[in-house]
Design a protein around this ligand. Structure first.
Ligand SMILES: NC(=O)c1ccc[n+]([C@@H]2O[C@H](COP(=O)([O-])OP(=O)(O)OC[C@H]3O[C@@H](n4cnc5c(N)ncnc54)[C@H](O)[C@@H]3O)[C@@H](O)[C@H]2O)c1
Ligand SMILES: [Zn+2]
Length: 387
């Protein structure tokens, strides 16, 4: 076996297919594979070489250059690809026009052409930024996603949403640009700080709530193994979440039928909590956990679900060490939160719209929720003030 041969997959390695037709006639096939495995970073080179690629442009989060991006670069070079590496400072502020511009200028100076594959190595920040840079350069060059955070492996690397932030708001400029493939190596999560890892679990619970009651029950049964980061448990949550996200994206790539919108479960509340507390106070997943607590409480107050469902979700979030109440909203009025929600780009003609559970494993888009009902749900997550 040569060094760049694709090794026998581990028992736990698997490939998920995300099937998409192309636009135009005949449609080019835009389907791609999501490879979930452990210790697989070095194999990206052989995968690309087998697909005919000759040149790679790795764009990596500065925090993961050593060891993760370096492992990718080494594998690419061993597979015979001409490879360059550009790094991006860690953090949300890199999802900016300035950073995208800097990368575009660098690609031009390096003589990158349409046959070059951009490879995003990092969390959702680098995935969104590098994907957007690939979508715009030379009117679109191929891109691979190599997610290294739990959020990115279960969510942001899959589905082709790319973009940057403006001063006026998050993700306001972007493009749908599907990757040619996704390689999620769960071993990269070993270096992820606890708070980042835990935060990613909120999106995992979300998939159970919106689509898969059996998966939800599995999470309940395996919460300890998950928080102890036992590899078989991590492998299972990444695989199942990636499958569920791929399933949704295949059926509603551009958020036109309402199915993809269900991925926003907990997010209308979460965005309001993130905005009101100032970005960075709550991690996104922490805000989503609180948002799901509020959404379930809202569904209960509207007589859509039993209290037992509210409790099961609450307990699972708690078992996974996610926040279920917060003091970060102290001093922030219901009116402020409602005003932020009314500005959310997902509202319909300014009316409040929420994804609410019907039961575990099924949600529905509900329009016309009254501000009073929504405000009632804020109280579910506010730390009760003692008088
Ligand atoms: N495109 C989508 O569909 C989609 C979906 C969800 C979220 N997002 C976007 O994703 C971003 C959030 O993603 P995120 O939570 O991955 O944040 P992130 O990319 O900022 O990563 C979180 C932190 O972890 C560090 N890090 C990354 N990988 C690491 C590793 N293996 N070991 C140690 N540290 C590591 C990063 O440097 C950063 O400090 C947001 O910008 C959000 O808008 C996009
Ligand atoms: Zn999210």
């Amino acid at each position: 076996m040569t060094s760049n041969a694709w090794r026998q997959p581990n028992v736990d390695d698997c490939t998920i297919s995300l099937r998409l037709d192309g636009a135009g006639s005949p449609p080019p096939d835009r389907s791609y594979a999501i490879h979930v495995g452990s210790g697989t970073l070095g194999q990206l080179g052989s995968l690309l070489a087998a697909g005919g690629s000759r040149r790679a442009m790795v764009i990596a989060d500065a925090a993961v250059v050593d060891p993760h991006a370096t492992a990718v670069v080494t594998g690419l070079k061993q597979a015979g690809l001409e490879t360059d590496l550009l790094t991006v400072p860690s953090g949300e502020s890199s999802k900016s026009l300035a950073e995208a511009g800097r990368l575009w200028e660098s690609l031009a100076q390096l003589g990158i052409d349409r046959q070059t594959v951009v490879i995003a190595v990092g969390g959702g920040v680098v995935g969104d930024l590098a994907g957007f840079v690939a979508a715009g350069f030379a009117r679109g060059i191929p891109c691979w996603q190599v997610p290294t955070t739990l959020v990115a492996q279960v969510d942001s690397a899959i589905g082709g949403k790319t973009g940057i932030n403006l001063t006026a708001g998050k993700n306001l400029v972007g493009a749908f640009w599907q990757p040619q493939g996704v390689l999620a190596d769960i071993d990269t999560l070993a270096t992820l700080p606890d708070r980042e890892f835990t935060s990613g679990l909120a999106e995992v619970v979300k998939y159970g709530m919106i689509l898969d009651a059996e998966f939800f029950a599995w999470l309940e049964d395996n919460a300890t193994a998950i928080i102890n980061r036992e590899p078989p448990a991590i492998g299972h949550i990444v695989r199942r979440s990636a499958e569920l996200k791929a399933h949704v994206v295949e059926r509603d790539e551009r958020e036109q039928t309402g199915l993809r919108a269900c991925l926003n479960y907990g997010h209308t509340f979460a965005h309001a909590f993130e905005t009101a507390t100032g970005y960075g106070t709550l991690l996104h997943g922490e805000a989503v956990a609180l948002g799901m607590v509020a959404a379930a409480r809202l569904a209960y107050s509207l007589d859509r679900i039993d209290e037992a469902i509210v409790d099961r979700q609450y307990r699972l979030l708690e078992q996974l060490c996610l926040p279920v109440v917060t003091d970060t909203l102290a001093g922030i009025s219901d009116e402020t939160l409602l005003a932020i929600m009314a500005r959310d780009k997902k509202t319909l003609n300014g009316q409040l719209r929420f994804v609410l559970p019907n039961r575990i494993g099924q949600v529905e888009l509900v329009d016309g929720v009254s501000p009073a009902a929504a405000a009632g749900a804020f109280h579910a997550v506010r730390v009760q003030q003692l008088n």
